[in-house]
Design a protein around this ligand. Structure first.
Ligand code: ATP
Ligand code: MG
Length: 214
């Protein structure tokens, strides 16, 4: 059987236990061989992050280095311009081949805006998508547009094992331990001089202090 790989793209500004626990549970639930964490250099839907891509990637590396399943993938940092997921997936396919099963992890907040992503309908030809719940961060909640509801319906996988038998094209919704942690709340806590203990690995907290980030 060919490889099954999970990918988690994000700003990781900074990485926290919400990202790590989601990646761990999906890796086990979907029996993946590897999970790649892919920091964005210039996220298209966000302002330029306050902390450099190098620092954000270094924090990811510290957070995952004790876990043999987890790998840092810095391909977006070597590309100029906006970090489009479609380009990243095309480049991953060149490395991993057409047989590998690739699953893109996404929180429900990210999925509600998925139909605004660059050439979003082509993304599903290159990977599966695993959706996980994310606690509501605003009053509108995570309501899906008609476009996305149809998209979800058309690609919905009845059983998680189907993701192993195809390289791409399916969407699955998985239950995980829901952690209401966000990088935004962590940055606010740091600005208020509140503690960020127990929200992310101590190695990341030490790095933030050492480099006086946020
Ligand atoms: P920010 O508040 O700066 O947007 P964030 O905490 O949302 O940061 P991102 O780097 O934007 O983190 O998230 C990358 C991916 O991880 C997205 O798909 C997002 O939905 C998902 N994610 C982030 N935090 C969690 C969490 N606590 N539980 C589940 N998924 C999460
Ligand atoms: Mg976010």
């Amino acid at each position: 059987m060919s490889k099954s790989i999970g990918i988690l793209g994000g700003t990781f500004n900074p990485i926290h236990f919400g990202h790590l626990r989601m990646a761990q549970e999906l890796a086990e639930d979907l029996a993946l061989n590897e999970v790649r964490f892919i920091p964005a250099s210039n996220p298209p839907h966000k302002n330029t992050p306050s902390v450099s891509a190098q620092h954000r990637a270094a924090m990811v590396q510290l957070a995952i280095e004790s876990n043999p399943l987890f790998k840092l993938d810095t391909r977006e940092l070597h590309r100029s311009g906006a970090s489009y997921t479609l380009d990243t997936l095309q480049s991953l396919r060149e490395d991993l081949g057409h047989e590998a099963s690739i699953t893109l992890f996404m929180g429900s907040d990210a999925f509600t805006k998925f139909d605004t992503w660059h050439r979003w309908q082509e993304i599903i030809q290159l990977c599966h998508i695993a959706l996980v719940p994310r606690p509501q961060t605003n009053v509108e909640g995570h309501k899906l547009s008609k476009n996305l509801e149809t998209f979800l319906h058309n690609h919905y996988a009845e059983h998680r094992d189907e993701l192993h038998d195809a390289p791409a094209g399916l969407i699955t919704m998985r239950q995980i331990t829901v952690l209401a942690i966000s990088s935004t709340a962590i940055r606010h806590a740091l600005q208020q001089k509140n503690t960020i203990r127990y929200l992310m690995p101590d190695s990341v907290i030490d790095y933030i202090k050492l480099h006086q980030l946020y």
